[in-house]
Ligand binder design. Structure first.
Ligand SMILES: [Mg+2]
Length: 209
């Protein structure tokens, strides 16, 4: 992820703060937007200190560390750990293609699952991240352009978020709501979709990672 891609994500998060707070207020403590903005602001500061040493690995590492150090709660540690795991598997010359995205999202998903002990269907951000990852698996990519795959991944992410409405929360504060969590989207899944949409928009225009 280049600095410009990160900047597109940061901008999207800042503009969705109230939406994410409102979602979290329904099945949590109403601070998810605030937490994400805190992370985005810290990420922006960290990127300003990168001094031109810019490649996907460095940018993901800087953003991951900034998020871990500045964002409280499960969102901070899970997103931060996912970003660092993604940075870990990239090398300095990573190029933007389906294989790279499968690897990046696999690394993030595996680390988030390891830490959060959540699985698909638990009404978490994984309900958006796993469908994105699956879209980029080799068997799904045959004969499709990269642009088509981005559209499919974005649609799968949107469907994943929509599906969280029908699920009972199994993790985090929302789990205390039990069946009352049905009918509401998971805030973490919603922020994951916002992030991915911003990335897709950037990637389609720029063709750069
Ligand atoms: Mg919260």
């Amino acid at each position: 992820m280049t600095r410009d891609a990160a900047t597109a994500v940061i901008k999207a998060i800042l503009s969705e703060k109230d939406f994410l707070n409102d979602l979290d207020a329904k099945i949590g403590d109403g601070d998810h937007g605030l937490n994400m903005v805190r992370g985005a602001t810290a990420a922006s500061d960290a990127l300003n200190e990168l001094n031109g040493d810019e490649n996907a690995k460095n940018v993901l590492q800087a953003v991951g560390n900034a998020v871990i150090m500045n964002v409280g709660g499960s969102a901070g540690s899970l997103y931060g750990a996912g970003l660092l795991a993604a940075a870990e598997i990239l090398d300095e010359n990573a190029v933007l293609n389906a294989k790279t995205l499968e690897n990046v999202f696999s690394a993030a998903v595996n680390e988030i699952q390891r830490r959060g002990q959540a699985k698909l269907g638990d009404k978490t951000l994984l309900d958006v991240l796993i469908p994105i990852r699956d879209t980029f698996k080799a068997e799904n990519c045959v004969g499709k352009s990269f642009e088509t795959l981005l559209t499919e991944a974005r649609d799968a992410a949107r469907d994943g978020l929509e599906l969280t409405k029908s699920l009972i929360a199994k993790k985090g504060r929302a789990a205390a709501f039990g069946k009352d969590s049905i009918g509401f989207e998971d805030p973490g899944a919603a922020s994951a979709l916002i992030i991915f949409r911003a990335l897709c928009g950037f990637w389609k225009d720029s063709r750069r990672f």
